[in-house]
Design a protein around this ligand. Structure first.
Ligand code: SF4
Length: 165
């Protein structure tokens, strides 16, 4: 079985967006590093880095964590929100990791992209959903080959499009 400890927030996002993308990424076949979207994402990440709270956990790369009315709030900034479900599950992955590692009682999150704000509740239901998703991703990544290419709307802005199309 694929080692679940190797799963990252990015991988979760990719899996929710396109399973083929997640498989390619898991095999270290990296997307076009000169892709405009990837370059903008990197530039954004570098600007924020100085303001980030550093956390001593592997696979965690969210933007900010703070306390609000007695509970923890994780914030993730995104250049675009082309897939809100992917953004939500990526953040929920970080929340799940923090909650289980630090045994936090309550943790919530929000994803900010321009004027759009997406709240992610750290409810027991959502945490269970994340645990089920991690098991599903681990099982999926066992497959020896990438799933076949099917064009989807996300292909237009995907860094793997030169590889797939
Ligand atoms: S180009 Fe399309 S099919 Fe290929 S990895 Fe990207 S989203 Fe998936």
């Amino acid at each position: 079985m694929f080692d679940p400890s190797l799963i990252t927030g990015t991988l979760v996002h990719y899996y929710v967006t396109c399973r083929r993308e997640a498989w390619l990424y898991s095999r270290r076949i990296h997307a076009d590093q000169w892709d405009e979207n990837i370059m903008m994402g990197k530039a954004l990440a570098e600007i924020k880095e100085e303001q980030l709270s550093q956390f001593p956990f592997s696979n965690l790369k969210f933007d900010r964590i703070g306390k609000q009315r007695g509970h923890y709030l994780v914030t993730e900034y995104k250049k675009t929100m082309k897939n809100p479900e992917g953004a939500k599950m990526q953040l929920l992955f970080y929340m799940w990791q923090l909650k289980t590692s630090l045994k936090l009682k309550e943790i919530n999150g929000k994803v900010i992209s321009g004027k759009k704000v997406l709240f992610v509740e750290g409810s027991a239901e959502n945490i269970a959903k994340m645990e089920a998703l991690i098991a599903e991703i681990s099982a999926f990544l066992e497959r020896p080959e990438a799933p076949p290419f099917h064009e989807i709307p996300f292909c237009k802005k995907c860094g793997y499009r030169d590889y797939c199309l």
